[in-house]
Design a protein around this ligand. Structure first.
Ligand code: SAH
Ligand code: SF4
Length: 437
């Protein structure tokens, strides 16, 4: 039996697509290999957002080529963002071991068709597997924003929304199989439905999904700060399943840099949005993405970013050093910043943020929080709370169950806690034990 292995880089959309590829392979009669070394076919789902992620792909393609030369297998199939823009380079490095390069802009169905041809399969019936407690559901692919540093509009193409019916039917299917939490996805999710001429598509799909029976938690990624309206926020307040977590990528705290990035908002507009969020959702966590070392970024610009970080007090920041991406406007700008300066600024912000994250997490100590159990260990369960914080809980619980937890400790990465009502739980597990005996 042929064996496949999937390696995924980058965003949640890639994670979602890789799951679909795994289902495809399994339903085509292949089995999952333990590692690349014992696979016949390796699917590499690539990310081009930064130079580093692109390099990781090339080194894997090179490694597979080495194995291929020695053992005659595996071959690689490359898809995702690097595959869209760097087919030549992939083929140069992987030579004959590269069986297929499938652009990430192509629909899943088109890519399945290409794979079917390659594998020599006549008919494939989708066997849909659901294992997760939570599941990603893309509602819009691609991006029209063209932020000047970003390659995504080139690699994932223009915005394409899935219809409301399609989204709802996928979510219903997942809930039916036991999924508790759904994370709706889009590069700029606020634009959902524009290409289908839906009015207020984003907030309406949230409202529709929120109504579905069986759903415990609803999340979405990634909103764009320029596209959030007060009306959206007020309507979100009414959604009982929606988790109090806002990921609002700011990228920089300098108006001059935001303009060069073409982000479409000023620092004060962003701060207004944060203020509204904090007022309407006092329990919410707020996270962000920041790029340091964008072309021409001065010490003063960087100071402005620092000031914003100190003012907002983000629960978590996904920090990146600017990485020039071929074909984007910013890559051609004068005033590229030296790597050493980028690194220094990155470290400065990391330190500031570590302190803030730890302080924000410690504020949970002594409070109750609800954890959706994802991982069960012997005397410990691990999951996330509504604010998307990772919580390690002493005690027993079942996967997919929401447990009440008293937080006893915290650091910058997680919260720790104990189950409330352990006694009740003990009785129940004792009962289960006798039932099982
Ligand atoms: N659509 C989302 C995510 C885009 S990519 C959004 O608009 O926020 C995820 C993150 O990668 C971005 O938020 C940005 O912080 C970072 N990123 C994108 N291009 C980058 C580049 N060229 N260099 C460094 N970081 C980059
Ligand atoms: Fe890239 Fe900007 Fe689109 Fe996000 S909104 S994917 S950063 S172009």
């Amino acid at each position: 039996m042929r064996k496949f292995k999937i390696v995924t880089y980058g965003c949640q959309i890639n994670v979602y697509e890789s799951e679909k590829f795994a289902e495809f392979f399994k339903s085509s009669g292949l089995v999952e290999a333990k590692g690349i070394e014992d696979a016949d076919i390796v699917l590499l789902n690539s990310c081009a957002v930064r130079g580093k992620s692109e390099q990781k792909l090339y080194s894997e393609v090179g490694y597979i080529n080495k194995l291929f030369k020695k053992n005659g297998k595996p071959v690689s199939v490359v898809t995702g963002c690097v595959a869209t823009v760097k087919e030549k380079e992939i083929r140069r490095i992987g030579q004959k071991s590269v069986a297929l390069v499938m652009k990430g802009t192509r629909s899943l169905k088109e890519r399945f068709d290409a794979l079917k041809q390659f594998l020599g399969i006549e008919f494939v019936e989708q066997r849909r597997e659901v294992q997760g407690v939570f599941a990603y559901v893309p509602i819009i692919f691609g991006c029209n924003n063209f932020c000047t540093y970003c390659i995504v509009p080139f690699t994932k193409g223009r915005e394409r929304s899935r219809t409301k019916e399609e989204v709802l039917s996928e979510v219903r299917f997942l809930l039916d199989k036991g999924t508790k939490e759904v994370v709706l996805l889009g590069q700029n999710i606020n634009h959902y439905g524009r290409d289908l001429r839906y009015k207020n598509g984003f907030i309406e799909i949230l409202e529709e999904v929120n109504k579905l029976p069986g759903l415990e938690r609803l999340r979405y990624l990634t909103p764009h700060p320029a596209d959030f309206t007060t009306d959206d926020l007020k309507r979100m307040q009414q959604l009982n399943k929606l988790c109090p977590h806002f990921h609002l990528p700011v990228q920089s705290g300098s108006d001059r840099i935001l303009k060069l990035m073409k982000r479409g908002y000023t620092v004060s507009q962003y701060e207004d949005l944060i203020e509204q969020v904090k007022k309407l959702f006092p329990e919410a966590s707020i996270t962000t993405d920041i790029i340091v070392g964008f072309p021409t970024e001065t010490e003063k610009d960087f100071e402005d970013t620092k000031r914003l970080v100190l003012n907002v007090e983000f629960d978590k920041i996904f920090l990146a050093a600017y990485s020039p991406r071929e074909g984007t406007v910013a890559a051609k700008m004068d005033g590229q910043i030296e790597e050493s300066v980028k690194k220094e600024r990155l470290n400065t912000l990391l330190q500031i943020e570590d302190e803030i994250s730890a302080r924000k997490n410690r504020a949970y100590i002594g409070k109750m929080t609800e954890v959706l159990v994802e991982t069960v260990k012997e005397n410990e369960v691990i999951g996330r709370n509504p604010q998307d914080k990772l919580v390690i809980v002493e005690g027993k619980g079942r996967r997919g169950e929401i447990v009440s937890v008293k937080v006893t400790d915290a650091d910058k990465m997680h919260l720790r806690g104990v189950l409330r009502g352990t006694q009740e739980k003990d009785e129940r597990s004792a009962l289960e034990k006798t039932e099982n005996d």
